[in-house]
Write a protein that binds this ligand. Structure first.
Ligand code: NI
Length: 169
């Protein structure tokens, strides 16, 4: 099932999501639906609040279907190590048609559970590192625009408010 993507302005995006405690078929179905929704929206990462579900689940595929092994499920993820710095243009499915340069650590290790509840650690660099941070931020009610300057952020918010007013958001 493809869920519509929740956009900036919806309070679910700015709330801390709840930990997952039950690893059942329902969770597996939700994860499947999250991948489907992410691909349908042409994204490489999606967090559950972005489909209106306040649970600590994120899916990532930085290869966008090219490498099936690159599909990653992060349940209850925690960033445990970061290293270096990397600046790159970043976007978010919940803030369509906007991008800004964001500086984040270049090498990131995440600790998370998989769809069966099994704990694992994974280290990523550049785009994957960025995805770990961006999606974990989502689960803490934080959007990438919180990492840009207040000036740029206010400008974006003003543009978005105009779009909302015009019924184009
Ligand atoms: Ni996002």
């Amino acid at each position: 099932m493809i869920y519509p993507i929740v956009k900036f302005g919806n309070p679910v995006l700015e709330k801390t999501s709840e930990p997952v405690t039950v690893f059942d078929d329902e969770l597996k179905k939700l994860i499947e639906d999250m991948f489907e929704s992410m691909y349908a929206a042409h994204g490489v990462g999606l967090a559950a609040p972005q489909i209106g579900i306040g649970k600590r689940i994120a899916v990532i595929d930085v290869t966008f279907k090219e490498d099936p092994k690159a599909k990653l499920v992060l349940v209850n993820p925690e960033i445990i190590r970061t290293e270096g710095k990397h600046t790159q243009s970043e976007g978010c499915l919940s803030i369509p048609d906007f991008r800004e340069n964001v500086t984040r650590p270049n090498k990131v290790t995440v600790r998370a559970q998989d769809a069966n509840g099994k704990f694992f650690e994974k280290t990523g660099e550049e785009l994957l590192a960025r995805a770990f941070l961006h999606e974990t931020d989502h689960l803490n009610g934080k959007l990438y625009i919180s990492h840009v300057s207040a000036l740029k952020r206010d400008l974006m918010k003003r543009k978005i408010r105009k779009l909302i007013k015009a019924g184009e958001w």
